[in-house]
Every structure is written in structure tokens, then in C-alpha cells.
Ligand binder design. Structure first.
Ligand code: DGP
Length: 120
């Protein structure tokens, strides 16, 4: 884990140097709207510290970071009123799985009937 990485777009969102529609944040995590929504609601929950992907964290970091991301996803789902009806959480890990931004992020998709079981 690194505090931030200068060429990382999500680190820039955390730093406030590029804009995003921020939904929620605390000391360790931030949630903001995805620029290319794939569902009626599409948010991204990220750790504020730079972590490139699931592959770059140690087991002890994983035990800290993932619960924080899922906790914030739960808060986002409550805030946006779709927690009870249902929503989807997805982490794309590495390029073959569709990861295009190499700062770990949890997609939170909801706000209506989602297509398929996993993705679009
Ligand atoms: P993934 O393909 O799993 O790495 O998802 C990356 C997501 O990030 C993708 O759905 C589009 C979104 N995204 C890329 N650049 C930006 C940006 O500058 N701002 C915001 N809000 N979202 C972005």
C-alpha cells in the first residue's frame, strides 16, 4: 500500500485534484459515482490509500480493507434506498477480468433490475 500515486486517477479524486460526485467518505474509504454508469445507480468504493488491485495487498491488509469497502457499500445502498431490494458488488481483478483502473475499487450497482448475474 502506498499513500497515493501521482499518475492514479482515483488518487487524484481522493486528493480533490479531479472532480467526482462523492457520495460518502471517512478516514479510510471513499465512494463516488462511476463516470460510465452500467446500472441506474453505479458507484465505486475505494480505499483512500493507493492499492493497485486485490493482488497487491497482503492477507492482513485484505482483512482491514475489504470490510471497510463492503461497509461503505452497505451505507451507500441504504442512503440510495436500494439495500432491501438488492444490489450487486463487483471487484474486477486484473485486465482479463475487466480491471481498467489500477486502484482497487468495489463497483456498487443497483437502483433497479440488473442485467445478467455478474456484469452487463
Ligand atoms: P474497472 O473497469 O473495473 O477498472 O472500473 C473502472 C471504472 O472507473 C469504470 O466503470 C469507469 C470508471 N472511471 C474511470 N475513470 C473515471 C473517472 O475519472 N471518474 C469516475 N468517477 N469514474 C471513472
Amino acid at each position: 500500500m502506498e499513500p497515493s500515486q501521482t499518475d492514479c486517477i482515483f488518487c487524484k479524486i481522493v486528493a480533490g485534484t479531479i472532480p467526482a460526485k462523492i457520495i460518502e467518505q471517512n478516514e479510510h474509504a471513499m465512494a463516488f459515482l462511476d463516470l460510465q454508469p452500467q446500472a441506474p445507480f453505479h458507484g465505486l468504493v475505494i480505499p483512500k490509500m493507493h492499492v493497485a488491485s486485490l493482488n497487491q495487498i497482503t492477507p492482513s491488509e485484505r482483512r482491514l480493507i475489504l470490510p471497510e469497502l463492503y461497509e461503505m457499500a452497505d451505507q451507500v445502498a441504504i442512503k440510495h434506498g436500494f439495500r432491501e431490494d438488492g444490489y450487486r458488488c463487483v471487484i474486477n481483478n486484473q485486465a482479463l477480468a475487466g480491471q481498467s483502473v489500477f486502484h482497487l475499487h468495489l463497483h456498487v450497482l443497483g437502483g433497479g433490475k440488473l442485467k445478467g448475474s455478474f456484469g452487463q
